[in-house]
Ligand binder design. Structure first.
Ligand SMILES: [Zn+2]
Length: 95
């Protein structure tokens, strides 16, 4: 009695992968897409004589990334620290 039944292809294994949000950012230095970017924030400093708001705990908080105008924070993405060293972000006064 011959058996030609195939048992190996009946149940294909479906690999379940947990969905991970992949952050892809273009590297400022080498223009490659970095999936785990090294993020550099350029926070402008207050110019001399400017009125620096006094920190108050009850004040409405603004995320520094949401700041606009001359208080805007510049964000630079890099693959890693090496790329950062290769092309550092311009100083705020150069922009
Ligand atoms: Zn890079």
């Amino acid at each position: 009695m011959e058996k030609n039944e195939r048992t190996d292809s009946i149940m294909p294994r479906v690999q379940k992968r947990p969905e991970m949000p992949i952050i892809r950012r273009k590297c400022y230095s080498c223009s490659k897409m970095a999936t785990k970017p090294y993020v550099y924030h350029v926070v402008p400093s207050y110019s001399y004589g400017a009125q620096i708001p006094v920190y108050s705990k009850s004040d409405v908080k603004t995320k520094r990334v949401d700041l606009r105008g001359n208080r805007r924070v510049l964000v630079y993405h890099y693959c890693n620290r090496e790329c950062y060293e290769n092309r550092k972000p311009p100083e705020p006064y150069e922009i």
